[in-house]
Ligand binder design. Structure first.
Ligand code: SER
Length: 317
């Protein structure tokens, strides 16, 4: 991996992954691909090349790949689960149509391709505890439908055309840098903002709603490590369960209270998000990722909470 194109470089994952890859690939071009209205700013703009790359436009992807001699594409364009329910046609166009464009360009130009899948690729008929790597995937959200389709299409391109397509199923991602938008797991980011601002947090999910979550530094490391893993060891490709922590609103609130004793949480349920969260696993079994490419998380809830609070205080206060 030397010359990398990140599609969706100004989003929640992209804005941090672009910076990490610029450190990781010295002497290479790590291109921040953005869409109109979401142009890169500040250090993201100043530290390397940027190109307008709309994932629904295959020519734009091909032109950027050609111009910078790209060997690896990170496809991070997506609508998150709750917002996708209000725009299912657009979610399909970006999630599946966009992926198809990336796969075709990768096939033609010989690029490796990373496309995140998600805990959202599972549904109500999936075993909810220690969800296995290979299990039932019948999601009921359009977000999940695009993710399962993407997993299968990526494996098809790997088998049929030899495209080096790999991915991980991300848990809810928590970070103090770029906010997520329209996800079901976003409450676990918003709660830290409320705690640091001294505001009461209104939780959209009820107590007992467990989901897998992960701190962004672990997620970024996973995205890099899977693409650099020894292919001869990989029995799976699209997509690996990865996990680091699972909690419900009560557990994260109690953890925050250890460091912010005045913190208060009340409940104001969002029926859409609750239904989505109820259909997702409570905890994933990530043993295949551990065996096949030595995946190992570094952050648990306590370490993440301390880091989030320190950094959000710097950012907000
Ligand atoms: N964080 C995503 C969401 O909540 C799940 O992958 O939509």
């Amino acid at each position: 991996m030397k010359n990398v194109l990140i599609i969706g470089a100004t989003g929640q994952i992209g804005s941090e992954l672009t910076m990490k890859l610029r450190d990781h690939c010295p002497g290479g071009n790590v291109v921040a691909g953005y869409i109109k209205g979401a142009e890169p700013k500040g250090v993201l703009l100043e530290s390397g090349p940027a190109e307008e790359v709309d994932i629904t436009n295959p020519q734009m992807i091909a032109d950027a790949v050609e111009k910078y001699n790209i060997d690896t594409i990170y496809n991070l364009a997506a609508l998150l689960s709750a917002v996708a329910e209000s725009k299912p046609q657009l979610a399909w166009k970006i999630g599946v149509g966009g992926l198809y464009n990336c796969l075709e360009v990768s096939r033609e130009k010989g690029c490796a391709l990373f496309t995140p899948s998600s805990i959202g690729s599972f549904g109500p008929s999936t075993p909810h505890d220690h969800t296995p790597q290979d299990t039932i995937q019948r999601p009921e959200t359009i977000y999940g439908v695009t993710k399962v389709t993407g997993e299968m299409l990526s494996d098809y391109y790997a088998r049929r055309f030899g495209v080096d397509a790999r991915s991980v199923r991300f848990p809810g991602l928590i970070s103090y840098v770029a906010p997520p938008g329209g996800g079901t797991t976003d409450y676990a980011v918003d709660i830290y903002y409320s705690a640091v601002k001294g505001e009461e947090f209104k939780c959209p999910l009820k107590p007992g709603t467990f989901m897998d979550m992960m701190y962004m530094p672990d997620a970024l490391r996973a995205a890099v490590e899977i693409m650099e893993a020894d292919p001869t060891r990989l029995k799976h490709r699209n997509s690996f369960n990865i996990a680091s922590m699972s909690f419900d609103p009560e557990i994260i609130a109690a953890k925050i209270k250890e460091y912010v004793p005045d913190f208060k949480m009340t409940y104001e349920l969002d029926p859409l998000r609750q239904a989505i969260a109820d259909s997702w696993p409570d905890s994933l079994d990530d043993s295949c990722a551990r065996e096949e490419w030595d995946w190992k998380p570094e952050y648990d809830l306590d370490r993440m909470t301390q880091d989030m609070l320190v950094n959000l205080r710097k950012k907000l206060l």
